[in-house]
Design a binder for this molecule. Structure first.
Ligand code: ADP
Length: 252
């Protein structure tokens, strides 16, 4: 377990909240076709460069929120703006990394990252050499450059998740969405990857939305916390305002 005592030393530098709003939800809600309301009308702002952790018990709406932000589900009320544009479908502006790495076993590590880049069209379209260079650049960022020619099955679980994060970063998204990316890993690998993610965040300045059910992890990594309970906001604000006990009590 990550000790909350380490939190103040490891706390990322606060990003001033007067930075540009990158993501804005105004009264966004979602009801599944079964009739289940997974998300009550929600207001949320994320500023450029922030690291927001979303916590909540199972069934509180965390994955539904992420699917809405990734454009996989269509919200039924309100408005969702990414960089001021109404978000209506998945695009390169936001990429999602999930617990299951979903890498192609028949491709090398480098090939997996290049594959995502093959689908980039328009002004951002890269030629073969540029794709390779970009893939190597992000592999370097996650410390896996020397594994570029390995097959996925030759990597550990932690390394595979680092490749998944690198693949997402290669697309240069405005918003990096992470859905319990480390939950299938053992505790020490999970802690190590948490530290690496913080380092990556500091280096790249990316806006990150990280879903976890691990409250310690959220307090350690997040600069802002959003706690959901039964599809509603139970608590929201800068991490330093909350203790583990506050979160536990709120989510009981
Ligand atoms: P979390 O990620 O916090 O565990 P979810 O967003 O997965 O929560 O689920 C929120 C609520 O929506 C839960 O009550 C869950 O049972 C329900 N739900 C999730 N997916 C579906 C679905 N495809 N159809 C109907 N209900 C769903």
């Amino acid at each position: 377990m990550i000790s909350t005592l380490l939190r103040s030393e490891a706390m990322p530098q606060a990003i001033p909240r007067n930075s540009e709003i990158i993501l804005e939800l105004k009264q966004v809600s979602y009801r599944y076709p079964s009739g289940k309301v997974a998300l009550e009308p929600l207001d949320l702002c994320i500023h450029r460069g922030e690291f927001l952790c979303v916590v909540g018990p199972s069934g509180s709406g965390k994955s539904t929120l992420l699917s809405l932000l990734a454009g996989f589900l269509k919200y039924q009320s309100g408005e969702l703006l990414l960089s001021g544009q109404r978000l209506t479908h998945p695009n390169m502006g936001q990429t999602l990394v999930q617990q299951e790495h979903a890498l192609f076993p028949w491709r090398t590590v480098l090939g997996n990252i290049e594959f995502g880049l093959e689908f980039v069209w328009g002004k951002k379209r890269l030629n073969k050499t540029e794709r390779k260079n970009k893939a190597l650049e992000v592999l370097r960022l996650v410390g896996l450059e020397e594994f570029a020619q390995r097959r996925v099955h030759e990597l550990s679980g932690g390394q595979r998740q680092r490749v998944s994060i690198a693949r997402a970063l290669a697309l240069d998204p405005e918003l990096l969405l992470l859905d319990e990316p480390f939950s299938a890993l053992d505790v020490s690998t999970r802690n190590k990857l948490g530290e690496e993610l913080l380092e990556l965040w500091r280096k790249t300045g990316k806006t990150i939305l990280f879903v976890t059910h691990n409250l310690d992890e959220a307090l350690h990594l997040g600069q802002q916390i959003l706690a959901l309970k039964e599809g509603k906001v139970a608590l929201e604000g800068p991490t330093e305002q909350f203790t583990l006990q506050d979160l536990q009590a709120m989510l009981e």
